[in-house]
Design a protein around this ligand. Structure first.
Ligand SMILES: *[C@@H]1O[C@H](CO)[C@@H](O)[C@H](O)[C@H]1NC(C)=O
Ligand SMILES: *[C@@H]1O[C@H](CO)[C@@H](O)[C@H](O)[C@H]1NC(C)=O
Ligand SMILES: *[C@@H]1O[C@H](CO)[C@@H](O)[C@H](O)[C@H]1NC(C)=O
Ligand SMILES: *[C@@H]1O[C@H](CO)[C@@H](O)[C@H](O)[C@H]1NC(C)=O
Ligand SMILES: *[C@@H]1O[C@H](CO)[C@@H](O)[C@H](O)[C@H]1NC(C)=O
Ligand SMILES: *[C@@H]1O[C@H](CO)[C@@H](O)[C@H](O)[C@H]1NC(C)=O
Length: 403
């Protein structure tokens, strides 16, 4: 009896949650639309919607997860703006057909990275920007037929994208209207003064000493003249771009070793599309030992160090001021290199008391050198133990206490 009551209670609770969900949805779902937990559909031409239905974030938290929006026959719907779809981050399918849709903002789909299917047929779109679709990962090109697309430069990207998209159902018959009002196949358009942008950076790689100044020039081609933007974010070195006409000169002052290996991109954009070129920094600098630590017992004994320098420094160890001759039992191992920072060990296999004492690491390249000293104790003084292999302190104390 208890259990049947409990079951019933749970079932009621469940129904209650679902009903609340539907009630909340009902409140947010526009009249003349139907909303479910995953789909919004507005097909009734009656009153018509003027904006995209926006379910509030409160609704979204109630397990409402819209993956499909279907809008048709709405003659008061004119645009998809930056905010229309931003809350629908799980949206997969978007259909907007037979509406007055005239413009789509370039950020309209910024938050809809999962969008896979986009049907925009039979609307009032005359131009569309490639920027609107740039971050989308749609499997096939948006369906666009039945729009009064113009055969203008702004729409040339559609032709270029259709050429790449082998499977698009619109490949052959997407039409545009030229300036004499004639319908033409989009695949045939070639507007005057209209070319995709391209960029070239010269030099594309610079190899110079730290502290030097460098200038690189990014030249753009394409029509209309592209906008040129150097991406110098997160750079340690001061970088000043100086655009002039179809070029932009980038001046780097006092190159920082921290920027060694960095790639700076030059991005060029016009209405037809975008392109990039790269400048790679190879900054030469003197070695520096960032870390030299006391020995630790890993798989073998290890004196850990971190060095940097470009070119990669030569390493030489000294034991009590004597040059250390590396061999199988004592050798330098580089374990990880991240850019020009190298982490490694002086590895010692079964060191004995003769290996105790001062270790000096010297790192050298043609631009200079650095050195650091560390004290190492692998064994007890010989009067207490003769040739016992070393045990880390805590084991050693245990052994002593057992005596
Ligand atoms: C929303 O639905 C999609 C597809 O059914 C699923 O992959 C995703 O994990 C869901 N997200 C949430 C937050 O429930
Ligand atoms: C397109 O939508 C209008 C209302 O905006 C409607 O009257 C018309 O029947 C629709 N056309 C089609 C082919 O569905
Ligand atoms: C994008 O969607 C997420 C998840 O729904 C939301 O938290 C976020 O605020 C949205 N971004 C914008 C810019 O609205
Ligand atoms: C998206 O639309 C396509 C084509 O209409 C359909 O096959 C698919 O099931 C839809 N996917 C979702 C998640 O609604
Ligand atoms: C279609 O768009 C044009 C502008 O491109 C506008 O003048 C016209 O009013 C629009 N038509 C409808 C039915 O919205
Ligand atoms: C694009 O989609 C493919 C397959 O659906 C996926 O493997 C890939 O990670 C996606 N890329 C991005 C940037 O979302």
């Amino acid at each position: 009896m208890d259990s049947s009551l409990g079951g019933c209670g749970m079932a009621r609770l469940g129904i209650c949650v679902v009903l609340m969900g539907l009630w909340r949805l009902g409140a947010a779902c526009p009249a003349f639309c139907t909303c479910s937990i995953s789909r919004i559909a507005c097909v009734d031409p009656g009153q018509g919607i003027e904006d995209f239905p926006i379910l509030t974030l409160d609704d979204m938290e109630m397990d409402i997860n819209i993956t499909d929006i279907y809008i048709a026959n709405q003659n008061k719907l004119f645009d998809i703006n930056d905010n229309s779809l931003k809350y629908y981050s799980n949206l997969r399918n978007l259909t907007v057909i037979n509406t007055s849709l005239t413009s789509i903002s370039s950020q309209a789909f910024n938050n809809n990275t999962r969008l896979q299917y986009l049907n925009l047929r039979n609307n009032n779109l005359s131009t569309l920007s490639w920027r609107t679709f740039q971050n989308l990962n749609i499997t096939s090109f948006p369906l666009l037929s039945g729009n009064p697309l113009k055969c203008v430069c702004e729409n040339l990207w559609i032709k270029l994208r259709l050429q790449e998209d082998v499977e698009s159902p619109e490949k052959e018959d997407l039409k545009c209207i030229d300036d004499r009002g004639k319908r033409k196949s989009v695949s045939r358009i070639s507007p005057p003064d209209c070319e995709p942008p391209a960029a070239e950076v010269s030099p594309s790689i610079v190899t110079v000493k730290e502290g030097s100044d460098v200038t690189a020039v990014c030249s753009a081609t394409g029509s209309p003249s592209p906008e040129i933007v150097w991406n110098t974010e997160n750079l340690f070195t001061t970088a000043v771009p100086n655009p002039y006409g179809t070029e932009s000169r980038l001046t780097l002052t006092d190159l920082s070793p921290s920027d060694n290996g960095r790639v700076i991109t030059c991005n060029v954009q016009n209405v037809v599309g975008q392109s990039e070129a790269e400048l790679q920094l190879n900054i030469l600098f003197r070695p520096s030992i960032l870390e030299l630590l006391e020995p630790m017992s890993l798989h073998h004994w290890c004196i850990p160090f971190t060095v940097t320098g470009n070119p990669k420094p030569e390493l030489q160890w000294y034991h009590k001021d004597q040059k250390l001759h590396e061999q199988e039992y004592i050798k330098t191992e580089i374990q990880e290199s991240i850019g020009s920072v190298h982490h490694g060990c002086l590895q010692l296999i079964n060191p004995t008391h003769i290996h105790n004492g001062q270790y000096t690491l010297v790192a050298r390249n043609e631009y200079g050198e650095d050195s650091k000293v560390i004290e190492a104790h692998f064994l007890l003084p010989p009067d207490e133990e003769t040739d016992m292999p070393y045990y880390p302190c805590k084991y050693f104390r245990m052994i002593l206490s057992f005596r």
